[in-house]
Every structure is written in C-alpha cells, then in structure tokens.
Design a protein around this ligand. Structure first.
Ligand code: URA
Length: 446
C-alpha cells in the first residue's frame, strides 16, 4: 500500500477501505508516514468528506492506536459525558458530583483548554493540591469507593488523535464532521464508559456555527457509539453566549460551588439538570425523566451533591478548605469593571471574543505550552435580550496585569447593543436520543 495512492483516492472523492484507513493511522502513529502526507490527506478529507463507514473505520483505528481502558472492575453502569467545547463551560464540575450523588458511576477522562475554549482539567487544577493524574488502579478504586473520579487523559490513550489534532490545528483542517466525530468518539470509546452523553454546542463560541451543523455532528457521533454498543445520546445546546457568568478557572470553580449549593446562574443550572436527567436514565437509575429531575433537584437541596464534590476533591488531594471557603481560591490582584456606554438591548454577544479576552488575561492557552493563571478571568453579567443602561457594569475583569486600551475596546466590541430586542435564543435546542417518553424537549434521532 502507498500513502500517495490513498491521498489521490480521497482527493478524487472515492471511499477509502478499512485497510487503507488502518494503514494511515498505524503509519502516522509510529511515525512512518510523514506529517506532510497526513496533512494532504486531512485536507482531502475536509474537502471531500467521509462516508459513515469510513468515519467508523477511522474512529476504530484511532481508538486502537493506544491503550483502551477496561472499567469492568467498576461495579454498575459507567456514565460519561462530553462537551464539544465552549466558553464558561464548567458543566462536568457540577454534573459529575450531582449524578454520582444520585448513584451513577462517573469514571471520566477530561481534556485541557486550548484557544478560546476552557478545559475541565485546568479548572480542577485551580483547586490547590488537586491531582489530575491517578494510576489506573487508583482511578478505578476511587470510582468504586466514592462513585466519582475525573482525571486527565493519559499520553497512551489514542496517541493517533494527539498527532492528528496537532496537525489539524496548524493546517486549517479542524472543521470536518468526520474528523471531529472520530477524534471525540475514539477518545470516549477508549475511555471505557458504557454510556456517553454528548453536549454538542453550536453558535459563535463553538466549532459548529448552526444547530443544523451541530445536529449533523451529533448524528455522526451517535451512529459511531451505537455501532460500538454504547448507549450514546446527544443534546444540541447554544454557545452564542458564555454559559453561566464566569470565564476563568478559579472563577468557574466558585460558580460550580455556588451551583452545587443551589445558587448558580439559571442557564447553567438548567443545563446541568437536563444533562443529569439523561445520564440518570442512561445509568438505569430512573426510567422516567421527571423522577430523574426530582432526584437531581433533591441532591442539590439536601447538599448530597455538594458533599460529593467535597469528597471527590479530598480523594484527589485537593484542599477542601477552599471548597468550604471559596474566597481562599486564587484571587486576581485587580478587578476592573467594563462599563456600558450605550443604552439598549443586547442583541448578540461574541462568545469567542470573550473567550479570547479571558485567554489574553492568562486564563487560557494560545499554545500548548502556555502556563495558566487560575486567578484571572471575566464575570459576564449580561445575557442576550437584556436591556442595559449607560453606566451598567457589563463585565468585571479579574486581572493581574495592566489592561491596555485595545483590550478594553476588544472586550467592549463583544457586545452588540441595539434599540430593539433581537431574536430570543433557546439554551437547549434539542435532545437527540431514542427514548420512548419524548416530550416537547426530547427529540428522537433514531
Ligand atoms: N474536540 C476534540 O476532541 N476533537 C475535535 O476534533 C474537536 C473537538
């Protein structure tokens, strides 16, 4: 087999065989296929697409390029959830303890943030002492003991994705349904959970800009999950504005703590309840959505979810005193408000721009090697549809260094303010699953 023929085949819009895909993935993982040939094939895939069968073969080849976790020694159904990435998305910090407090087993591997999107692992590391690297046996025994562990993805899990993602990042080949679906699903399948809930985001701050594109991606991932015998479901959710209020690691941990105590922002709290409902159904803990929702609400009002979070932080070496007294988490030296200059309705918020502004403060990474400052970030108080007066605070900027005029202008340009209210947007556009109790919120995909 020759790589040049495989590239030419895809360039001409033909379907690659399982053997050809396997040959490429093996060669790129062991370094025998040079990056320039992989880059050429990636671009051909972006331009010509892949069939469902090709996408499945690519996912399986990537999944088996490294270790595949065996979680069978964890008793019960292991649930997992994945967000396709967003701004202010601290969902795993709340969902994990909440569903674990309701009896589900959460053995989760998460990633770090890159560019304008944040990562769960960076947020957890804002808790002093918290360790995201456990051995496989520590990870498994913690889930058996307290039902919850979240760790960073090890280097030996899906090494093909590490190489491919780095190449895609610098060759303008990220936005392809086949490549995104195989990248996400190979990691989810290798991480070993029985059920997968996908939170597929659309909008300005997401990879997919429209609900239709997000649904296409969701369908591709559900098809892969089904073929692999995993109960895979998806939600299509809005990322045209940050989720909740906080963007930045310690600020997001504080917001997660508030939410676990029942005082979180309405949009973020609702997303957690709706995602948690699906996860409890997947875990067979409930058979009815209303019962699942009630169980989750009780876990908040009875403080069992908050106590599960404390237990989880303690188990992974984190300082529980910071959870009980969140003001002890890292604090930025300065807090500067962004003051509104124009009266009117907020008709749009550029979530990506807000994510980039937070990254420039030090809350995220422009490149893989950048060091995160856990203390800095933004508190964005306004949402699309809000009426704002001159002098209102739009954002509180938590920063350690001086703010430039350009920074303030960029931040200000994240808000579009007009005389008339724009179109309202729904946080949760659709659920894609195959449940028999479809209501107006639930959408059957297959
Ligand atoms: N997240 C991933 O893990 N991979 C992609 O390709 C896009 C988002």
């Amino acid at each position: 087999m020759r790589m040049i023929e495989i590239i030419a085949k895809k360039r001409d819009g033909l379907e690659l065989s399982e053997e050809e895909i396997q040959y490429w993935v093996t060669g790129l993982t062991n370094g025998e296929i040079p990056d320039y040939q992989s880059s050429a094939l990636l671009m051909a895939i972006v331009c010509k697409g892949m069939t469902d069968i090709e996408t499945t073969h690519l996912t399986m080849a990537m999944m088996h390029s490294g270790d595949v976790l065996d979680l069978s020694s964890i008793h019960g159904i292991k649930v997992d959830k994945h967000s396709t990435g967003g701004v202010g998305d601290k969902t795993s910090l709340v969902l994990g303890p909440m569903v674990a407090a309701c009896g589900a087993k959460v053995a989760k591997m998460s990633g770090r943030g890159l560019g304008h999107t944040g990562g769960t692992i960076d947020k957890l590391e804002a808790i002093p002492g918290f360790s995201v690297t456990l051995s496989q046996s520590e990870f498994i025994s913690q889930v058996n003991r307290i039902s919850l562990s979240i760790v960073g993805q090890t280097g030996s899990l899906v090494p093909a994705d590490k190489k491919l993602y780095a190449l895609r990042d610098v060759t303008a080949t990220v936005p392809s349904i086949a490549l995104i679906a195989s990248s996400i699903m190979s990691k989810k399948l290798a991480a070993g959970a029985n059920t997968i809930l996908l939170d597929v985001k659309y909008g300005d701050g997401a990879f997919m800009h429209t609900p239709e594109k997000a649904e296409e991606l969701a369908k591709a991932m559900i098809a892969i999950g089904k073929l692999s015998n995993r109960d895979t479901r998806a939600m299509i959710t809005d990322m045209n504005q940050p989720l909740g209020i906080a963007i930045g690691n310690a600020l997001e941990v504080k917001e997660a703590i508030d939410t676990l105590k029942g005082h979180g922002p309405a949009d973020f709290t609702e997303l957690c309840f709706q995602a948690g409902t699906i996860m409890l159904l997947q875990a067979n803990i409930c058979t009815d959505a209303a019962d699942a929702r009630k169980l989750l609400e009780d876990s908040i009002s009875s403080k069992t979810a908050f106590n599960k979070f404390r237990e989880f932080v303690a188990a992974q070496g984190g300082d529980v005193d910071c959870i009980d007294h969140p003001q002890k988490l890292a604090q930025a030296r300065y807090v500067t408000p962004l003051i509104n200059q124009k009266e009117g309705y907020i008709t749009s918020i550029k979530a990506t721009q807000l994510g980039i502004s937070a990254m420039k403060l030090g809350a995220g990474r422009a490149t893989k090697d950048d060091i995160i400052n856990p203390a800095v970030g933004l508190l964005v108080y306004k949402k699309i549809g809000d009426f704002v007066k001159k002098g209102d605070i739009l954002v509180d900027i938590h920063h350690d260094n001086e703010l430039s005029v350009e920074f303030m202008q960029e931040l200000n340009s994240s808000f579009v303010i007009e005389d008339h209210p724009g179109q309202p947007i729904a946080l949760i556009a659709k659920y894609c699953n195959c449940l028999r109790y479809c209501s107006q919120y639930l959408f059957c995909l297959y």
